[in-house]
Structure formats: C-alpha cells, structure tokens
Ligand binder design. Sequence first.
Ligand SMILES: [Zn+2]
Length: 414
Amino acid sequence: MHHSRGANLQAVKWQNRSVALETLWQHQPISRKDLAERTHLTAATVTNIIGEFVAAGIVHEIGPGEPGRGRRPTLLAFVDGTACLMGVNLSRTELSIAVFDLVLNCHYHITHPITTRTSGGAAETLIDLIRDAISASRIDPQRLVGIGVSSPGPLSVNEGVIYAPPQFAEWSNLPLGKLLTQAFKLPVWLENDANANALAEHWLGAGQPYNNFIYVESHSGVGSGIILGGRLFTGSAGVAAEIGHTSIDRNGPRCPCGNYGCVELYSSGPAVVQMIRAAHSAGSPTRLTAVAGAALERLTFDQVLEAALAGDDLAGRVIESAACSLALGIVNAINLIDPQAVIIGHKLNRVGELALAPMREVIQQQTIPQAAARLNVLAGSLEGPVGVTGAACRALSGIFQEPNLLLRSFSLAG
Ligand SMILES: [Zn+2]
C-alpha cells in the first residue's frame, strides 16, 4: 500500500510519542538524555515530545538527579493526580471496580458479588456501579481518560465483546466495550483477565526484569498470558496463551473447549476440589472436614490452599498433583517460546514452594535442557487487588499506544 510522505511522518511522530511516553513511565524519574538513549530518539525529538507533555500538564521537571561527573541533569516525572484510569474486573464470583492514577496507585476500590443487579441486566448494573464508584472515589470525572475491563475469555478484544465463558451466561455476547463507551464517553479496552494480569506482573510485579515470560494462574479456571519482547502477545484472534487448554492426556475426559485431557481439568480450583472429595470418599483423612462439612460439601479452593499451608497431608498432595499437571502444560509452552521466566500468579502463588518446588522439578526434568538451564520459575508478586490492577494496566497500554487520548483530555491538540 502506498502512503503519502505526510501520512508517514505523522505516523512516525505518533509512534515516537508513544515510545517516549511508555519509556518515561517505566523509568521515571528520568533525564531527557537517558530517555533519548533508551528510546533511540534524537535529543531534539525527545525535547519536542517532552515539551508537549509538560504543556499538557502530564509531566513535570522534578529537580536535579544523582550527582555525576558533569552537571546534574533535570529529571522528568508524571505529575501526581492529573489523569485517572478505571480498572474493572469481572470474575465468576465478583465484580470489582477501582480508580488508579497514571502511575497505577489505587485510589479507590470496591467489590460486589457478580450477581448484583441494580436495575435491568448485567450491563446496566455495571454502568450504574461504575457511576457510583466514580462519585464515591471523589475524583474529578474530567480527569478520567479510559476504562480497562478484564474478564474470563473467550472474548473479542477488537469488538469489545465477551463471548460465552462457562458459568457466565448473563455476560455472553454483550457488546460491553460499546455500551461502556456510550455511557461514559471514554475509550474502553476489554482484555482476557490472565493477559491483563500478565501485563501487570510485567510492569509492577515479578515480571519487571523480564521481556519474555509466561504467566500462569489457576483459580476457577487456568489462565495464562505471554509477554514477548516486552509486549503482551495475544495472537491473531486474541486467544493466544491458552496453556490451560493444551492436552496432557489424549485419552482424558472431554473439555468444554473441544480438546481431551486439558491441563485445566487437572489443575483448576474446581478440579482440585473434586480431587480432594474423591480421595476423601476413598478413605484419605483430611482436616478439611472441620471447615467444609463431613462430606466436604462446602469445600472451596481457598480452603484447600489454606489447609495445604497448615500442613494437611491430603491438601498438600492434591496441590502438588495439580501443580505437576500445570507444569506439563508449561513445559509445552516453554519448548515453544523459550522464555526467561515462568511466573505463577493467583491463586497458586499463595502456597509458595508447595506448588513451585514440584513445578520446577517437572520443568527441569521435561523441558529441552537448553531452555530450562537459565529459566526462572517464580511466584507472582503483585500487591493489592490483582484483577483491577491488570485491567488498569490494559487501559494504560492502550493510552501508551495512543498518547493523543491523554493529550486531548488535557486540551492539547494532536
Ligand atoms: Zn480445554
């Protein structure tokens, strides 16, 4: 396709702005000189772009940096409290809404049961609850620059539609992106929850030192996200990184995804609960009967994790088994991607080495040796509410791709 020279120049200008904004965010406070070095932009380009950000009131100078050999450079940082982002997380049990500033400090957070209805259906309720959260947080609505929404998949990132995740009927096929954009006149980014959480680990957690890693989490399902070259890898249809739906037993049970013997069937929270119940009814003793009933009828994944940490033998063995099954899926992914690290997020990271040690063993024994040699397997380290933080990160990455959204909100022309 032929582009005019003018259009190309404009595209390059936007691209430079985008790179400068993201690099500034990751390394602030930073001098203009360091920013130029890290972005490979010329000093003049950096000076121009920073001039725009300063004029828009997003970035300011915060005085000299560390003493060096020469003159101490002026450092640049984001201005506190200029712009805000919303993070919205839908899970099978909860609906969480939070307000963050541009550097992702959380200023307000509220969680409702997913079954909450104010009036009408699921989408109308979500809009009401976001409105309530905006007023309860006491932020100036004019400062809101975007909304990130994370949800179990499958979903369409481009269309902003959640398809039909299991046990999520009321949200199926809702054009959530469009509905929220209409209601709030703001850009909305919908993302698979595990992808959003992988991005959060990359920017704020255990993934900060790595540009290539696999993030895996296990709760009501098994989710994962892949960071490649410092970017979220989402595939061509937005369904990449479904490690939970790689098969580890072709003779195993049928999975709702269509495959047989998927990792998720052996390592999700519900799978763990089922395994504990089966072992208990076959005669294995467990202290879990004290909290979950004589037939473990009220058993939850959280209770199993707590019991494993408290030394319950059955809980420990089943968690180890789930971790080993999950590790088999991870081995397949490592052999495909050759990452620097594997990060285990919620909720298995809660039991630490009880899950990580058996996973490391499987990974070391069964991965191509060269890929396993320098691989780190570690627990996710996000603090605070994971789901909404991931959603806010997704919104922020959208803003990095289109810095005009930020500049425009603060009345500077693109
Ligand atoms: Zn499956």
